[in-house]
Design a protein around this ligand. Structure first.
Ligand SMILES: Nc1ncnc2c1ncn2[C@@H]1O[C@H](COP(=O)(O)OP(=O)(O)OP(=O)(O)O)[C@@H](O)[C@H]1O
Length: 588
């Protein structure tokens, strides 16, 4: 897309205005898709879209299939290596050579720490005087890790990395909050792996010398990871595993990933080859914890909870406690806990504090729950009965670009996918009822742009980092039960990552009114246009207020501080905005 003006013209063609009402015969509770209306006119090929590609049943349903994401190649250490392993050109190409890795965009400057004035607010809560690093060279990183950052083409640290790296160096527990796509994964992986690389030989459990051959019956060991990273979805676990494979390159640290839906046997075998960094979804980690000969958490030094506010929800308390207690088996008191997310309200903060040491450091870059400025947000009025035609029009009117479409139910994912596919658009789709092989195929074909349009539920709202998603479409806006405005923020954060720009278009009609007040505040905060039909939801008070993790004393201070850009909304404090009872249970 060349100009946002061009985008705007296309968007105007799509919407029907609320002042020209079209009869909407939908029962409010009826989530059924409407019957097909007019056939779309333009051909996707004329619009430049590639041919649709069907799901590869023969490949993915082959019982001998071994191409699971969890089996991806990683650097295998040999006993005879000294401190650094030799290069492996083939693997290096696979790990770093990809055109499918996100690269820093032209707005990356906005994410850096040392700009005056900074384009975001920074709040550090700690009795430590935390000295942010300005460059990776300031950070005293292990040389192998430093080289791996170069291979990743990370030139400058982002603000959350600038503060988290020294906090971990000081040996503190951390809550890290920063906007979507601002490098939070690196913020925990870089300092942890750098610290461990120097000591891996001393700390890590014994493992087989795989280079001499691998026979599970003879060589299998119990996995005793030094790092446990827990996250809510399988796709996110795989993505963190990919980052860990890159950053562990040429070191003896061996990452593994475990998640539901994929063969447990294959994952067990990888664990039994030795595992220093374990990434996974809670359900599968707990499964392996019940097999003490396969997995023991007694050596864990770092437990990281990614998307922590999602995993801290009350529904998951029992499992969460078990996971955290598993790590406590480490008799050594030197065990750090870290929690990260782009959203964190006050309730989460209270819960989180129960698991962290008293002197934990809280690092907040920008307001928790805020949206990066380089997402262009558009809200269009589209009546329920013509949403799918509007979606088609939008897709063929804009220049083809990688597009992620969110709907609120699994049934509608299937429906919209069929509709667009049958009208010649190159779609794929994913939701929590799909077989794991279908999920992995969908992500792969979306990532490689074989199918540049993916339709999905909230299961893809958090964490997913796919290069060049230029457009996120909320076919349905999230309901309160699906996380409301927090979910909206995570969904649209799949575009405009690491300093790139992107567009988020949301279809709105009177069934979305419950979201309107929060949506308007978020649009105002991020300097986005407010459409006419949302004008009446503008807050009456001049200063915007939000439900975030600010404490009562900070709230008082903020009320007194008339210069502040934002302040907490004490009325909202009790609400808890993360009740994600949505469509897909996060625990894989
Ligand atoms: N310092 C850096 N320089 C360049 N690219 C980076 C840097 N740090 C991270 N990245 C890249 O930025 C992208 C986004 O990072 P990441 O997925 O960690 O974001 P996030 O803050 O966790 O987002 P979300 O809240 O959506 O989970 C990734 O592709 C990552 O490789």
């Amino acid at each position: 897309m060349d100009s946002w003006g061009e985008v705007n013209d296309a968007l105007q063609d799509v919407t029907n205005k609320p002042d020209e009402p079209v009869a909407d015969n939908h029962d409010d509770d009826d989530e059924q898709m409407p019957a097909e209306v007019d056939k779309p006119a333009r051909n996707p090929r004329d619009a430049g879209w590639t041919e649709p590609v069907p799901f590869r049943y023969e490949t993915w349903t082959n019982k001998d299939f071994t191409g699971w994401a969890s089996a991806a190649a990683r650097y295998e250490w040999k006993d005879e290596y000294g401190d650094v392993g030799p290069r492996n050109d083939e693997l290096e190409k696979q790990l770093f050579g990809g055109e499918f890795m996100s690269r820093a965009g032209h707005r990356f400057e906005d994410l850096k720490q040392s700009r005056e004035p900074e384009p975001y607010s920074v709040s550090i809560e700690s009795e430590l005087k935390l000295q942010a690093i300005a460059t990776f060279d300031d950070a005293g990183l292990h040389p192998v890790l430093r080289q791996n950052l170069e291979l990743c083409m990370y030139v400058w640290p982002t603000a959350i990395q600038c503060y988290t790296i020294p906090a971990l160096k000081e040996g503190r527990d951390v809550i890290g909050i920063a906007q979507t796509g601002s490098g939070k994964t690196g913020a925990f992986l870089i300092p942890i792996l750098s610290k461990l690389m120097g000591k891996a030989k001393k700390l890590a459990a014994a493992r087989p010398n795989i280079a001499e051959g691998w026979n599970p019956k003879e060589h299998a060991v119990t996995a005793e990871p030094l790092v446990l990273i827990v996250c809510p979805t399988r796709e996110l676990a795989n993505q963190i595993f990919d980052d860990a494979r890159r950053l562990c390159y040429r070191s003896m640290l061996r990452p593994c990933v475990v998640y539901g839906g994929a063969p447990g046997g294959l994952q067990r075998e990888e664990l039994q080859k030795g595992c220093d960094i374990l990434i996974g979804t809670p359900g599968r980690i707990l499964d392996f914890m019940r097999q003490p000969r396969v997995l023991s958490l007694r050596r864990v030094r770092y437990t990281v909870i990614d998307e922590a506010d999602e995993l801290l929800q009350a529904d998951w308390e029992a499992d969460f406690n078990k996971l955290m207690a598993g790590g406590d088996l480490n008799e050594d008191s030197d065990h750090r806990y870290l929690m990260f997310s782009a959203s964190f309200n006050k309730d989460c903060r209270k819960l989180a504090a129960k698991f962290l040491s008293k002197d934990y450091v809280r690092i907040r870059i920008s307001r928790p729950g805020s949206v990066v400025q380089h997402i262009h947000q558009e809200v269009l009025w589209v009546d329920g009965h013509r949403k799918k035609e509007a979606l088609y029009d939008l897709l063929v009117d804009l220049r083809p670009t990688r597009t992620l479409i969110f709907v609120n139910s699994k049934k509608d994912v299937d429906f919209i996918d069929d509709y667009l596919f049958n009208h010649g658009l190159p779609t794929t789709s994913m939701h929590g009822d799909r077989l794991q092989q279908e999920r992995e195929d969908a992500i792969r074909s979306f990532r490689t742009a074989q199918c540049p349009i993916m339709i999905t539920t909230g299961v893809s709202a958090r964490g997913l980092d796919i290069v060049n998603i230029m457009h996120v479409i909320n076919f349905d806006l999230p309901r309160a039960a699906q996380g409301g405005i927090t979910e909206y923020m995570h969904r649209i954060g799949r575009t405009a990552r690491i300093g790139n720009e992107g567009l988020a278009t949301s279809f709105y009609n009177d069934r979305d009114e419950e979201l309107a007040p929060d949506l308007v505040k978020l649009l105002m905060e991020s300097n986005q246009p407010i459409p006419e039909f949302l004008e009446s939801f503008r807050p009456s008070e001049a200063k915007l207020s939000f439900d975030d993790d600010t404490t009562d004393s900070e709230a008082e201070d903020a009320k007194e501080d008339n210069n502040g850009a934002w302040a907490p909304d004490s009325d909202d404090d009790e609400k808890g905005d993360n009740n994600n009872e949505g469509d897909d249970a996060p625990w894989g």
